[in-house]
Each structure stands twice: as structure tokens, then as C-alpha cells.
Write a protein that binds this ligand. Sequence first.
Ligand SMILES: Cc1cc2nc3c(=O)[nH]c(=O)nc-3n(C[C@H](O)[C@H](O)[C@H](O)COP(=O)(O)O)c2cc1C
Length: 376
Amino acid sequence: MERRPQGDNPLFSRNRMKLGVMAINCSHGSTPTLAEEAWPMRWADNVRVAQMMDAAGMEALLPVGRWKGYGGATDFNNRTFETLTWAAGIAAVTEHLAIFSTLHVPLYHPVQAAKQVATIDHISGGRFVLNIVCGWFRNEFEMFGAPWRDHDERYAYAEEWLALVRRLWTADEAFDHDGKYFQGKALWSQPKPVQAPFPPIMNAGSSPVGQRFSATNCDMNFVMLRQKDEETDRAQIQNLKGMAAEAGRPSQCWIHVYVVCRESEAEARAYLDHYVREKGDWAAVDNMLSIFGMQSETLEPAVMEAFRFHFIAGHGGYPLVGTAEQIVDQIDRLSAMGVDGMLMSWVDYENECRQWIDEVMPLMVQAGQREAFTPA
Ligand SMILES: Cc1cc2nc3c(=O)[nH]c(=O)nc-3n(C[C@H](O)[C@H](O)[C@H](O)COP(=O)(O)O)c2cc1C
């Protein structure tokens, strides 16, 4: 297949607010709720959502890299499709949108990862994007017997890993590598990815070291907004973009949003309350907090309660709750803060994504946030 510049990837569309969906490869997606319409996660449903987004001209579909669930009555995220094989399958049944994989760098050898990514880039015709994560949950690593390095060292490891993978994607001759974490002789990978010089890289580091890694090594940062107030969020994004610019890299900032869109704001708020307060899986949240080592004694009860609510509402994402018009106004504010794209989640992906396409996207076009989509 002929090579294409990375800039042709749909990720670099001209739309002021780019759109994607996340976590459809996981049972209950981003929402640990016992509401009946919660995401069951079957392959046929994944394909339907992917094809619906594709036909609507959205830019991105991201799977979450998860190896073990959080327990609770939902056994939240206990069933998850492996992200690279999932991406290969989705790439084969879509035509337009960028397909992501999330890959834990300590669990995939660079030689293997370089070839797997190149393969998916060929299947997708140059629409692949790699989201690299360094490890979040120790219990997942224990299944592999993989080393659980100190927090900051995980990013030093990721830096060598990424440089090696990029070299494999570009080297015209075999090369030896003698690094701190990897040693090998006559390293080689063919075919090269379709995208030249290689596919875009995303990272969601949120610690100071993680953010620096992301801004200076990657093409896009997946930001967890602190959500204290608009000024703090704006500063967080500008800081990331500033670090990237200093390193001579353009960098997009994307965020995760959870969406509840209804005819009236009251209806939207009532539904949010229903799936969180009445049907939420509070035990799953508590399990997650304990995996993180967060103890209720160290946090104010009100802060803890807000955190738990927010996690059930949409995995701590940014809330877009209200009517289609209110949501489009909110998107204007996010765009003004420097947000380039949003990865969305809903309780009921299939019906609510359809609603987004029919009711919200036309308003986004009217508001100048996006262009109307005409398939090539
Ligand atoms: C929106 C979002 C999605 C993430 N997705 C994953 C994931 O799929 N798998 C994973 O292991 N970590 C995931 N992470 C964790 C990040 O890679 C990162 O470890 C986390 O934000 C903590 O930052 P730090 O590593 O700089 O401390 C995600 C983080 C965010 C904010």
C-alpha cells in the first residue's frame, strides 16, 4: 500500500471541535450503573456504533486498555476486548474515522508492538492512532508478573520504548539497540506503517512527569481536567500546549466527556440522578478507590462523595448534561479553553450516539464548531 503523510489521518481534520467515542470495548463502558440500558459490550454492538460514527464523520474511536474489572454488582469493566485485535477488527469494517488502540508499554515488546501497529495501519489504510499508557493499576500488572516500577521511572521506560518503536517504523537498515531497558541485535520491522513517518501517538499522563512526557513526546494529550473552575482548566491546557510548543511539537488536547442530552435540562438531570444515585454501583467505586490507595480518612467526606458521584456518572469525565442547545454552548466554552476534541461516553451508547448525531451535530455545524460531513 502506498504511504500517506501522517497529516492525512482524520485526527487532523479542520473541525474546531473534533468528536470521538470511548470505552465501547468494555462492559458498562464508562458508567458503573445497574440501569437496564447500560452497555452489555458485544461485538455486534461495537460494530454498529463504530459504523454509525463513521458514517456521521466523527474523527476517533478509542478503546480502554483494561485487563481486570473493579468488582461490585456490575463487575464494572470485567469484560473487555483486547485493544489491538479489537482495533484490527474495527478498522476492517469502517472507512473514515481514526481507530485508536490503548497499549500498556510494559506489557508489549517494542518489536512486537511496532509490527502490530503497522499491520493495523495497513488494515485501516492509514487511520491508526496509538494511545500509550504506562500502567495505572498494580493488580493488572501482577497477572503478568511484570515489574511495577516507581511512578516516574514508568515514564523514563516509556520514553525509551517509544523511541525504539519509532526507530523500527523508520529504519531502512537493521540496527542494534543497547539501552537501559531494552537490548537487541539487528532489530528490524517490515512493512512500515502506511502513515509516514509513523502513526500519531497519544498519552493521558496527568502527573507533572506524565504531562511533560505527553507534551514533549506525543502528538496529542488526553487531559483529565481538574474541573475546579474554567480558569484552572484553561491554565492546565495552556500549560500542556506551552510545553509542547517549547519542545517544537504541535499538540492537540482532547478530553473525556460524559453526555446526558434530553429535551429539557430537568429531564437530563433527573436521568443523571436516576442512573447514579438510584442505580449506581457504589461498591465498584470503592474498589477503585482502594486500588488507588485512596482512603476515606484522608479526604473530606464531601469531596469523597462528589468524587464517587462523578465516577459513576462517567468515570470522572467532564459533564455535558442538558438540552442539545445547552450542550453546544458548553462546547463553545471548551473550545475557547483550548480543547481540540472530545471522546464521549453514554450509558446507552447505541441510542444516545444516534441522538447525538441527529440532534447535536447539526447544531454544532450551525455554531461553526464543525463542517457538515460529506464522505470522500
Ligand atoms: C481519560 C483517561 C483515560 C485513560 N485510559 C487508560 C487506559 O485505558 N488504561 C490505563 O491503564 N490507563 C489509562 N489512563 C491512565 C493514564 O494513562 C495515566 O496513568 C493517569 O492519567 C495517571 O497519570 P500519571 O500516570 O501521570 O500519574 C487514562 C487516563 C485518563 C485521564
